[in-house]
Design a protein around this ligand. Sequence first.
Ligand code: CP
Ligand code: NVA
Length: 313
Amino acid sequence: MTGLLKGRSLLTLADITRDELLALLDRAGRIKADYHSGRREQHLRGYSIALIFEKRSTRTRCAFETAFGEEGGHVVFLSPQDIHLGVKETVEDTARVLGRMFDCIEFRGYRQDTVETLARYSGVPVYNGLTDEYHPTQILADLLTIREAYGTLEGRRIAYIGDGRNNVSNTLLIGCALSGVHCTVVCPAELQPDPRVLSMARELCEDSEVELRVEHDPTVGVRGAEAVYTDVWVSMGEEEKAQERLELLEPYRVTDALMRAAGEHAIFLHCLPAVKGNEVSADVFEGPQSRVFDQAENRKHTIRALILETLGL
Ligand code: CP
Ligand code: NVA
């Protein structure tokens, strides 16, 4: 335990410093090693977490449920069909009730201000399990995966290709800024990062040499990348944009040719779920450069580290 994050929430990755991020990854690495050696400790006996999901989830829900449950804690899953949140009861009131009953809360949904309000009013650590704007617990797992592949983070090069304005891209820029990874967002002009997100991320790495760039040409954008990362072309809640996205993003599919343009040692990353044939070819997804299932597994270990550190355990 470092005690660095005790009582804190993770609403965006910008909530933590570079040192805190690296400490979390170190803890996650130790947790993963213990997990694989069969060592199972229970730090969360007598603790409870509320998991609120307005949107679907496989990895995030299962990571929170298994991490908390294996530590001996009690998990309560709440979908919009189960609770009054924002319908018959304000978010502020639900937050105050949950804060009286749970040690911590995870929220996945649409609006960033919902997770911020939960944190402000509940008085317990709140974790953003994905909003329209950010997906911080995802990027913790991604950075751990890159560090496992290369041994270090600082100075590594990543290219994120596809929808440059979504929650994963936004958070990756922040995570790269904090950890010293050069990041090129490769995307059409119509889907480039919000300039405010880009400048906020650049401010986080002001004192270092880290490059955060936007590039529109796919082959140029991935050149020299040690990790090529993509995400779905149509995020949850944007289904009406599907046709427009397919047209805009067709040239940005990660194929064998694009992986060759990056370099033979580059790894392929995807937060999942993937739509094979859209953002990535089945060959790349299933190929030897793909680390997508390591990434998925690392969701659990990084989330476990986050919970333990924020509960001061
Ligand atoms: N990557 C991720 O968040 O997956 P889920 O939507 O399955 O939780
Ligand atoms: N950008 C995707 C990420 C899914 C984990 C979405 O929001 O649907």
